[in-house]
Design a protein around this ligand. Structure first.
Ligand code: MCA
Ligand code: AMP
Length: 513
């Protein structure tokens, strides 16, 4: 049997070639036949560039229909798709090139020079470009190709993608996702959320993360449905497109921003059947306000890069604010005692662990790290803290891992602290997430300076800019005489979060926002 994920989509390519699969806000429309034809030619171009099965293809491009065709081409060729956040600086990209050893890197034409230099330094064979108007050196090659008919024959555990997720040590880890991981999860979601060919998704998420790539696109392709690609979140554009759509997937910031739109009401959302939220906690008040304005109950679900989606509120049953629902079909979720690892009864807080066909194959070239995060019975330790209530709903109550989620993007404090600590005049630092009205959490740094050092907030923010993606950079830096520590000497980030809880709250002046 061939376990290639592409085969899960194949019937729709065969049976509805003339149906539009992807429309763009720029007015383009790509049918299932158009998409498959380009994906086949791209697969041919990949082979001609020497990409073979299990070779990594690093992709750092702006969102476009062609970028998704490249994802499909990699699936067909059996190559491992490795998307990168477009906000990553060359400094950040260098690590991924060195760690993943790709055969090919595809980037935006504006980044070619930097990527070429990095590719030479790290022995990457080829750099090609792809822009948002179906142009770039890769598309020139595609234009010369005939459709490549082969679909690589793969085992269930063969890798489809590697998605990097930062670690608490500050070193990014590549989560290895197999064809089966992705196939099983998208099928479970199609079933749970009752997707059909008649659905039309408004796609405003980035396509380099699990949410926008696998949850959104794999579902549409598995169901044989269609979508409109927006370049990014735009509340007005979403509202104007809603009358032609049935589903929206977003991070909580999407919903708080939509609520700021006077046009959001029952009429503008009348054709919609489902609003889904995930990647960060949705405040119960957002949930209720959205229901009051539109009559729609947002469906919240919970996932991770390593595990795809784990739980979801029910489609038909009660969708409870402040909870992430039940394990998806085929997956298991439990809450255990942090120290003993024993499963806890309903109502008690502990570590959330998951098991199932959705759970990844381990971290790329980090067998030790992989072992540390799995129990001997195959459960993966998520690092989230949760509680399962009497009726079986999972509540995410906090995080055991030191992680900030800003507008749905993960920021690992250690990575930022390492940069700040090396700046002249800095003794030490602690990076924290503080309540932020738009982003859920905003990144902030508490810094202890060396005696007599004259370093300003601006100095620190400016010094970080060339090294770190914008979303990771603290918007505010506060100076403290010393970091609060417990008797073991561990920095008490909770105390800092409490002391500065109002830093980003409405009414507080926040420079550079
Ligand atoms: C943009 N900026 C941000 C963020 N996004 N800063 C902090 N956190 C962010 N999330 C910066 C921009 O560079 C800009 O900087 C300034 O903030 C204002 O940008 P703005 O135009 O307001 O932002 P935007 O472009 O509208 O983006 C906000 C956003 C976006 C729509 C919330 O961040 C987004 O699409 N987030 C979704 C992330 C996502 O897909 N996460 C899923 C991960 P300057 O002013 O200096 O230029 S997958 C996952 O977590 C798991 C698997 C799961 O469960 O789904
Ligand atoms: P990532 O590493 O980007 O895949 O982010 C995964 C993390 O996002 C999870 O471990 C959770 O901490 C968080 N997360 C995702 N969905 C939710 C949700 N619905 N509620 C609370 N946290 C969430």
């Amino acid at each position: 049997m061939n376990h290639n994920l592409y085969l899960q989509f194949q019937t729709h390519f065969d049976q509805q070639p003339d149906k539009v699969l992807m429309a763009t806000t720029g007015g383009e429309a790509y049918t299932y036949a158009n998409v498959q034809d380009t994906a086949m030619k791209m697969a041919g171009a990949l082979r001609r560039l020497g990409v073979t099965q299990s070779d990594r293809v690093v992709v750092q491009v702006e969102k476009s229909a062609q970028a998704l065709m490249l994802y499909l081409a990699c699936l067909r060729a059996g190559a491992v798709y490795l998307p990168l956040n477009t906000a990553y600086t060359d400094n950040e990209v260098a690590y991924f090139m060195q760690d993943a050893e790709p055969h090919l890197v595809v980037c935006d034409p504006s980044r070619r020079k930097g990527h070429q230099a990095l590719a030479e330094a790290h022995g990457v064979a080829h750099v090609e470009t792809l822009d948002t108007r179906a142009g770039g050196s890769l598309m020139e090659k595609v234009a010369q190709e005939a459709p490549d008919q082969t679909i690589a024959k793969l085992e269930a555990d063969d890798l489809a993608a590697i998605l990097y997720t930062s670690g608490t040590t500050g070193r990014s880890k590549g989560a290895m996702l197999s064809h089966q991981n992705l196939a099983a999860n998208s099928q479970a979601l199609v079933d749970t959320w009752q997707f059909t060919q008649d659905d039309h998704l408004l796609h405003a998420l980035p396509i380099f993360h699990t949410h926008g790539l696998f949850v959104a696109c794999n579902i549409i392709l598995t169901a044989g449905a269609s979508m409109t690609l927006l370049p990014g979140f735009d509340a007005e554009a979403l509202l104007s497109l809603m009358p032609k759509a049935t589903v929206l997937m977003g991070v909580p910031t999407f919903y708080t921003r939509l609520l700021d739109q006077p046009g959001l009401d029952r009429t503008s959302t009348a054709t919609m059947r489902l609003f889904i939220s995930g990647s960060a906690p949705l405040l119960a008040e957002t949930h209720r306000a959205f229901k009051a304005r539109t009559g729609h109950t947002i469906l919240e679900r919970y996932g991770m890069t390593e595990t795809n989606m784990n739980t979801s509120n029910p489609y038909d049953g009660e969708r409870r604010p402040g909870t992430v629902g039940f394990a998806l079909p085929g997956s298991e979720v439990r809450v255990v005692d942090r120290d003993s690892g024993a499963e806890l009864p309903a109502g008690q807080n502990g570590l959330v662990e998951v098991r199932g066909p959705n759970v990844f194959q381990g971290y790329w070239r980090m067998p030790e790290k992989t072992r540390e995060e799995f129990r001997s019975d195959g459960f993966f330790i998520t690092g989230d803290l949760g509680m399962i209530d009497d009726e079986g709903y999972l509540h995410i109550v906090g995080r055991d891992k030191d992680l900030v989620i800003s507008g749905g993007y993960n920021v690992y404090p250690k990575e930022i602290e390492q940069f700040i600590d090396e700046l002249p005049g800095v003794n030490e630092s602690a990076v924290i997430g503080l309540p932020h009205p738009d982003l859920g959490e905003g990144v902030a740094a508490a810094v202890v300076l060396n005696e007599d050092a004259k370093v300003t907030e601006d100095d620190i923010i400016t010094a970080l800019a060339p090294h770190l993606a914008r979303y990771k950079q603290p918007r505010r830096v506060v100076f403290v005489d010393e970091l609060p520590r417990n008797v073991m000497g561990k920095v008490q980030k909770n105390a800092l979060r409490e002391a500065y809880a109002d830093l980003y709250r409405a009414g507080t002046a926040v420079p550079s926002e």
